[in-house]
Design a binder for this molecule. Structure first.
Ligand code: ADP
Ligand code: ZN
Ligand code: ZN
Length: 756
């Protein structure tokens, strides 16, 4: 069989899908794989040039006898681009999607616009003289010149783009005025440095014994040439960030570089300042506020070796460091490390793959590790490291449970339990601060009983059934009348919604809805003298809105901060001594097998915000299900207990990490076509199922129709991830032959983070 290599000639080009195909001579077949640089004859004159192999295939793109041959393998060193292309091939293989999508994910693209050259036009004469020139131009009817000068008299500095585009002044006019020395054009060609404006405060913490032990372990492995993945399980405030910095310092000392992944939401001024304070200008950051040009500049700086540390969210993983030595993933349990667009890669697994290619180590850190990572750590796949105490030896906060069923029985129909109200009063008197956290994640319209806490679940999948109903208004815990159908979004099971609780017979059974805005009103009503801030998607929409609220709260401009998950991520407010978790159940019944894990994580992280200064913290968890293990264990701040309960459930129901899951998503404009395609693939899978495969569905996706696209899902479970990858390849081929891809889009999501 003949093999062909798809080769990309210029990888900084926007059109990464523009590949050229060459035949691979037998003699070098083994040496040609994605990422390798080869020499090929190019163009009419067959000039020998270098290119990167992005794919090896047995499918000829055109007539075989017209395909040229690869000349040779270029072995002089591995370019970092080669490594990233190899990583793209790994992503493509393990998560599906096209090679082009994978390449676009890992390769920083240079846009045509020369965004990095910033030019400004400014006045080069005194105002008086400028007015004389203006009069002259007006008299001569040199309208463009007059327009420009009049504007410069108002604003002595204008950006070049504003002048040529908004003012519509031709470049020739600017040049003419420049020659007459009426104005000046200044250009700033330096790469933008997003942290240049920061002034670092030199500081260096002396590690405590536990921190030092962790650092020593990793450092010893590194010195021995051992490259491993570590899971650092450290309680909130245990000083993980200090450990990361110490490790980075030794990596840099050995001439290597480091990538630090942080969830975007936690990438605050505070965090960046800590790294900047320690490492100064050798640090750069990536975040969604940077323009494409600025992002590209950061990658160029990294490649040129101008920086040693890149901090950023998921995409910072692809920083083209030539001498990558360490990748750190902070808050490794965060859902945002899984890409929501194709290819749906997970940054944790991809970081480990990159580290393998680069001969680097990986440190995953969290106070509440993902069940996946902890499972791997206990199996010995990762090396487990622990920090069991807070760095400053503050005790962990005291946790109370408020049983909302009891409150209802006592006639308290407010969303604030008596306990929480009482504690808030005390804190307001003592001028201490309060965080009220409304856990809204994964809210998917489950139905529960307010009298006994019972939640209606799928009898087959143990996830909550979702209520299908139109126009559910957002009242706080609104007792919305239940009408309609309950459905399972894994298997498609359905039943009609009950009007009374099947367990206790109460009529208080309803959809569960709550909003931060409504909470704010209720709190203000109850505590009219308190100053209240609210942080949610609405109040942080504007640029800097998020930072503004955080700093206002830090400056004691408010007593109470109400918010969603945004407020629980890594902020250090020393005067917060009370955290109220208003409705712990809200994430518990998301129609998703990770619901309990997410609940435990959110409760623990929220509780971890209390008592970080020198005053003891208290936490009130309000819930309808005080006996649920995710609440019981969060109350005790007992990760181990939670893990053991949760992994037992995963084992019982073959959910990841014990088994693996692949979601196949069928999307089409025509609902019937999506269903037919899903049925077709399901039928094929049923006819010759591989040993050990379990199929669930097909079913309608939980939001079956988005933007007029209908969606159907099939879930596959198998203990061996590799088998699922093989199935994906087979299904892709099957689909290629049998299904009209113009009508139906089929995509894969491995070990999905959010139920579809
Ligand atoms: P984590 O990342 O585990 O939540 P941090 O690294 O943010 O913890 O540390 C929590 C607090 O403890 C910070 O204010 C930090 O400055 C402080 N801290 C960390 N390590 C030490 C240490 N060895 N000595 C004194 N203070 C420390
Ligand atoms: Zn009930
Ligand atoms: Zn089900």
């Amino acid at each position: 069989m003949a093999y062909f290599a798809n080769i990309i000639i210029d990888i900084s080009h926007e059109k990464l899908d523009h590949t050229f195909q060459y035949r691979i001579p037998r003699g070098i077949l083994e040496k040609v794989y994605p990422g390798v640089q080869v020499v090929v004859p190019f163009g009419k004159a067959n000039r020998m040039i270098r290119g990167f192999v992005v794919e090896v295939t047995d499918q000829a793109a055109f007539e075989v006898n017209r395909i040229k041959e690869v000349d040779s393998v270029f072995t002089d060193g591995v370019a970092v681009e080669g490594q990233l292309i190899a990583l793209a091939a790994w992503i493509r293989k393990n998560y599906g999607g096209t090679m082009n999508q994978a390449l676009k994910t890992v390769i920083p693209i240079k846009r045509k616009a020369k965004a990095k050259q910033k030019r400004t036009v400014c006045l080069a004469v005194q105002e008086e003289e400028a007015r004389r020139f203006l009069a002259e131009f007006e008299k001569k009817h040199n309208t463009a010149r007059a327009r420009l000068l009049a504007e410069l008299l108002k604003h002595p500095k204008l950006s070049y783009e504003v002048v040529t585009q908004k003012l519509n002044v031709p470049a020739t006019v600017i040049r003419a005025l420049k020659e007459r020395r009426i104005l000046d054009v200044q250009s700033d060609t330096k790469y933008r440095d997003p942290v240049a404006h920061l002034k670092g405060q030199e500081y260096h913490t002396v590690l405590n014994g536990a921190q030092q032990a962790v650092v020593d372990t990793v450092r010893a492995d590194m010195e021995e040439g051992l490259r491993r993945t570590y899971l650092l399980h450290g309680v909130t405030g245990s000083g993980k960030t200090e450990v990361y910095m110490e490790l980075i310092a030794s990596v840099i000392a050995s001439g290597k570089q480091a990538i630090v992944l942080i969830p975007e939401i936690a990438l605050t001024y505070q965090t960046v300042m800590r790294f900047y304070g320690r490492f100064g200008g050798r640090v750069s950051i990536l975040n969604s506020k940077l323009s494409i040009g600025e992002r590209y500049d950061q990658f160029v700086r990294a490649k040129n070796g101008e920086i040693d540390i890149m901090i950023g969210p998921r995409s910072a993983l692809f920083t083209p460091f030539l001498r990558l030595g360490l990748i750190i993933i902070d808050e490794e349990h965060e859902g945002s490390y899984k890409s929501e667009t194709l290819p749906k890669y997970h940054a944790r697994e991809t970081a480990i793959a990159r580290a393998r290619l680069a001969d680097a180590s990986v440190v995953l850190g969290s106070a509440t590790p993902s069940i996946d990572s902890y499972y791997r750590a206990l199996n010995g796949e990762y090396c487990l490291l622990e920090l069991k105490q807070r760095a400053k030896e503050q005790p962990l906060p005291v946790c109370h449970i408020a049983d909302l069923r009891e409150e209802l029985k006592k006639g308290n129909r407010s969303v604030l339990s008596a306990r929480l109200q009482h504690l808030i009063e005390g804190r307001l008197l003592a001028k201490q601060q309060i965080l009220l956290f409304l856990n809204r994640r994964g809210l998917s319209g489950f139905v529960s009983c307010r009298a006994c806490g019972h939640v209606i679940k799928c009898p087959h999948c143990d996830v909550s059934l979702s209520l299908h109903r139109q126009g559910a208004a957002g009242t706080a815990y609104g007792a919305l009348p239940v009408q309609g159908l309950l459905k399972c979004h894994y298997c498609g099971y359905g039943e009609s919604a009950p009007t009374e609780c099947p367990v206790c017979g109460s009529k208080y059974i309803s959809g569960f809805k709550a909003g931060t805005q409504r909470m704010e009103e209720i709190v203000k009503q109850r505590f009219p003298s308190a100053r209240v801030l609210r942080m949610d998607l609405d109040t942080t929409k504007n640029k800097g809105g998020y930072e503004k609220i955080l700093s206002a709260f830090a400056n004691h401009e408010a007593d109470i901060l109400i918010g969603t998950q945004m407020i629980v991520k890594g902020h250090d407010f020393p005067d917060v001594t009370l955290v109220g978790i208003l409705a712990a159940d809200l994430s518990m019944y998301a129609a998703d097998y990770r619901a309990a894990e997410r609940t435990f994580q959110l409760l623990t992280q929220a509780a971890g915000r209390a008592g970080r200064g020198d005053k003891l913290g208290e936490v009130v968890i309000q819930t309808y299900n005080p006996d649920h293990y995710s609440i019981r264990t969060a109350r005790m701040q007992d990760y181990n207990a939670f893990y053991h309960e949760e992994i037992a459930v995963r084992k019982l129901l073959s959910y990841p990490p014990v088994s693996h899951m692949a979601l196949i998503l069928f999307a089409a404009k025509n609902g019937q076509a999506a269903k037919q395609a899903a049925d077709y693939v399901a039928g094929w899978l049923k006819r010759e199922p591989p040993a050990g495969l379990r199929m669930i569905g097909p079913a309608e996706a939980s939001v079956a129709k988005v933007n007029d696209i209908f969606r159907q899902v099939i879930y596959l479970k198998h203990i061996d991830y590799g088998q699922l990858v093989l199935l994906k390849d087979k299904i892709e081929r099957l689909v290629e032959e049998k299904i009209d891809k113009k009508q139906i889009n089929i995509s894969f999501d491995f070990d999905p983070m959010n139920g579809m």
